[in-house]
Write a protein that binds this ligand. Structure first.
Ligand SMILES: *Cc1c(COP(=O)(O)O)cnc(C)c1O
Length: 402
């Protein structure tokens, strides 16, 4: 998927455009799998919320992946893609009991992260096994919005509540088939991850009917040249050994689970947009593109630093730009960024546009959400049409014209 091919895709499918390289997704999947090849049973469950296009889901399911769903709609989407319910793990937070019951009726694995929900669900459905989400109280993750395992987090059942948890399990006779944690995104420090894992192992010893231990996700990927990333191979090496020795101690081969979103799809994605105008102010040269935080929110929401390249003019003099959008409030993609000379009409390419990009897009300013294209077998296949005016008004009711 080189620059020329990307430019062709942009010409054919219009701007702005999301493009996903399936070769990269496959590579990442196999990288994770190979890092844990000494573990007898490994299950990778793709976190749908990162990128939920059904063609992407089918591609990832075909690699052998399971699915991690955080809403009943994501469960629905995954089932529509033909996956067996037992390969879906549903990890809700703060949803209604009705929704959990619905997931149970679909036959997916249920992950519970709240003692009162556990008690209620266990009393009414003692025959349905459940997984328990633990909060190990380890501060992890790239920033406070994506760190979910700390003491004040709304996620998981605190390790300090284990005695209460065990009482509920005994009283309701519910079967616990898994122990889970997910401590946040962008974890770089493998030792932090391993420390949290130790807490999970310690907790797991309390349950005799386990089938799996789910270590969640949070692997960091590089966002620009020379950026840091989680060393998956090292993590695989260390955690596999520890997991295998735990299984011996436990007396049973458990399944090791992960639920990566970003790791599998982030780098596969490119976001292509066109430069509408160059605006020189007293202090800054702005490159204004035909998009904004309605299409690509991560820089504004998380302060994410996505590498940007001018693929129409890649080898010219490098100059400093602020890349901004066309939304009627501040929507800065990048400031003071060195980019090959930008001219009106050039196409810019944003890296790491696979995870939490199209999935978080909106119609703000009444703009259409972009099309999505999948690069597979050396071809660009349209997998989501660009929206049009009908999409904007589809569910609106004009009470003055009835
Ligand atoms: C969001 C989420 C993930 C995926 O996180 P990434 O950082 O994208 O890998 C996994 N598990 C749960 C429960 C999540 O909420």
């Amino acid at each position: 998927m080189n620059n020329l091919k990307l430019l062709k895709a942009s010409e054919k499918h219009g701007s702005p455009l999301y493009v996903y390289d399936t070769n990269k997704i496959k590579k990442q999947y196999n990288r994770l799998k190979n890092s844990f090849k000494t573990v007898k049973s490994l299950q990778i469950n793709y976190a749908v919320k990162a990128l939920s296009n059904i063609s992407i889901l089918k591609f990832i399911i075909n690699l052998g992946s399971g699915i991690d769903a955080v809403s009943i709609q994501e469960v629905h989407l995954a089932l529509k893609c033909g996956i067996k319910p037992e390969k879906i793990i549903y990890t809700p937070n703060g949803v209604s009991m009705d929704e959990i019951k619905m997931a149970a009726e679909f036959g997916v694995r249920i992950n519970i992260d709240n003692l009162s929900v556990l008690e209620d669900f266990g009393n009414n459905n003692p025959s349905i096994p459940i997984c328990i989400r633990i909060n190990p109280h380890i501060m992890a993750g790239g920033n406070s919005k994506i760190s979910v395992g700390h003491i004040d987090s709304k996620f998981g059942i605190s390790i300090h509540q284990i005695p209460h948890l065990l009482r509920i399990v005994n009283n309701t006779k519910i079967k616990v088939n898994g122990i889970h944690m997910h401590t946040g995104s962008d974890i770089l420090d493998i030792d932090v991850f391993l420390r949290a894992s130790e807490i999970l192992f310690e907790t797991a010893k309390n349950f005799r009917s386990l089938e799996f231990i789910d270590f969640g996700s949070g692997f960091k990927v590089p966002y620009f040249p020379n950026d840091s990333e989680t060393n998956i191979e090292e993590l695989g090496n260390k955690l596999s050994k520890r997991f295998n020795s735990f299984c011996k101690e436990y007396g049973k081969d458990l399944t090791l689970m992960f639920e990566p979103g970003k790791f599998l799809v982030s780098e596969s994605g490119k976001f292509l947009c066109k430069v509408n105008s160059i605006k020189q102010t007293t202090s800054t040269v702005f490159a204004q593109v035909d998009s904004g935080f309605n299409h690509f929110l991560r820089p504004m929401m998380y302060g994410a630093n996505h590498h940007i390249e001018n693929i129409s003019n890649p080898n010219d003099l490098q100059r400093y730009y602020s890349v901004v959008g066309y939304i009627c409030e501040t929507d800065t993609f990048a400031t003071n960024r060195k980019i090959s000379t930008i001219r009106n009409g050039d196409t810019l390419c944003f890296n790491n546009a696979g995870a939490y990009c199209h999935a978080m897009s909106s119609n703000y300013n009444s703009r259409y959400r972009p099309a999505e294209v999948m690069y597979i077998n050396n071809k660009f296949e349209l997998v989501r049409k660009r929206e049009d005016f009908n999409d904007l008004i589809r569910n609106q009711i004009d009470i003055f014209n009835q």
